[in-house]
Write a protein that binds this ligand. Structure first.
Ligand code: AMP
Length: 213
């Protein structure tokens, strides 16, 4: 099964993509995580991407399409995948379609997680993560036992630089203008399925499973 997860920043698509990928034995690929890794390792892709990411803008299509093309041709996704954070523009969606056709594959579903703006700003302003084990926290919904420290390994929790409120507002604006048109693209292809993302994580997980099975 090949899936893409769509939704505004903070809609929970990353968390859900990881859980659904485990449940259905699919490869999970987050382009945001891959780009953050590239920035950390100061690769060519990382150097090209950092300025855009810091502002909450999209990294140019050719950088992302090149990255995904390498991954698809390398065969990493051939056992079924969830793409989390790609595509984010119509040209990316069109390129993905072509790249998959060239590998005799296709998308089964595009899962859209719907959450309204105020809920998103509230979620992201309380979002923290452990830099060592990647465990996510959320104030006040999921607090660590000791303030500011990871429950699993005691490391000091951090925030993503682009979760600052002004950057979040720009990321939402970018989502509305550049990413939302993809909803129409997948709706025309008859593979769009919409799930309410404002529910509890377990309920959202079950709704997604029901939608894709
Ligand atoms: P995310 O972790 O998915 O919120 O992505 C973090 C940042 O990485 C975004 O705000 C963009 O700057 C960049 N990014 C991730 N995926 C893409 C994409 N498909 N196209 C362009 N930029 C992306």
């Amino acid at each position: 099964m090949n899936l893409v997860f769509l939704g505004p920043p903070g809609s929970g698509k990353g968390t859900q993509a990881i859980r659904i990928a485990q449940e259905l034995h699919l490869t999970h690929l987050s382009t945001g995580d891959a780009l953050r890794e590239a920035v950390k390792n100061q690769t060519e892709v990382g150097k090209k991407s950092k300025g855009f990411m810091d502002k909450g803008d999209l990294v140019p299509d050719e950088v992302l399409v090149g990255m995904i093309k390498d991954i698809i041709t390398g065969g990493e996704l051939s056992g079924g995948f969830i793409l989390d954070g790609f595509p984010r523009t119509i040209p990316q969606a069109e390129s993905l379609k072509t790249m998959l056709q060239e590998s005799n594959a296709n998308l089964d579903k595009a899962v859209l997680l719907d959450v309204d703006d105020e809920e998103i700003i509230c979620r992201l302003s309380g979002r923290w993560f452990c830099p060592q084990c990647s465990e996510g926290y959320n104030y006040p919904a999921k607090m660590p036992a000791k303030a500011g420290l990871c429950d699993k390994d005691g490391a000091e929790l951090k925030r993503r630089a682009d979760d600052d409120e002004s950057v979040v507002r720009n990321r939402l604006e970018v989502y509305r203008q550049q990413t939302e048109p993809i909803i129409g693209f997948y709706s025309k292809e008859s593979i769009l399925t919409e799930v309410q993302g404002a529910d509890s994580p377990d309920n959202v997980f079950n709704s997604i499973l029901e939608a894709v099975r």
